[in-house]
Design a protein around this ligand. Sequence first.
Ligand code: DAT
Ligand code: MG
Length: 148
Amino acid sequence: MELSFIMIKPDGVQRGLVGEIISRFERKGFILKALKFLQIEKSFAEKHYEDLAGKPFFDGLVEYVTSGPVVAMVWCGNGVVLTGRKMLGATKPADSAPGTIRGDFAVDVGRNVIHGSDSVESAQKEIALWFPDGITEWRSSLHSWIYE
Ligand code: DAT
Ligand code: MG
């Protein structure tokens, strides 16, 4: 089944939004497959955001995501990449609808609380980068209550 890489950024951790965000993914019916709490280094952040190298905001972005610990997760479910992006809201919180994570909890694009993979392909790349030892296989007993 489809996987997405979701990361609560340092502002989300500092602001005590970890439980709220995990709850939203759990209550939706997505299944947690991996989770770790860590502070990443500059070179790792540059690798994670390599597609954005050269953007005027790149250095500030790297400084921000390395400024404190983050919560890195893998969530599983049908359509989790696209639905996860909808749950996050738009990149700019001002464009994010109320009810989305960025719409409810963020104001500034440079402090938008959370990262989510933008395609199945980038999810695979990001999961391999963040969880190089692989992830634990398990099947939730809720499966038949969430899927026909
Ligand atoms: P997203 O995080 O929604 O996938 P992205 O991949 O285009 O957005 O950019 C990664 C992060 O970079 C984004 O969450 C916040 C920052 N960012 C993007 N566009 C920006 C901009 N115009 N000004 C400042 N920061 C920006
Ligand atoms: Mg992105």
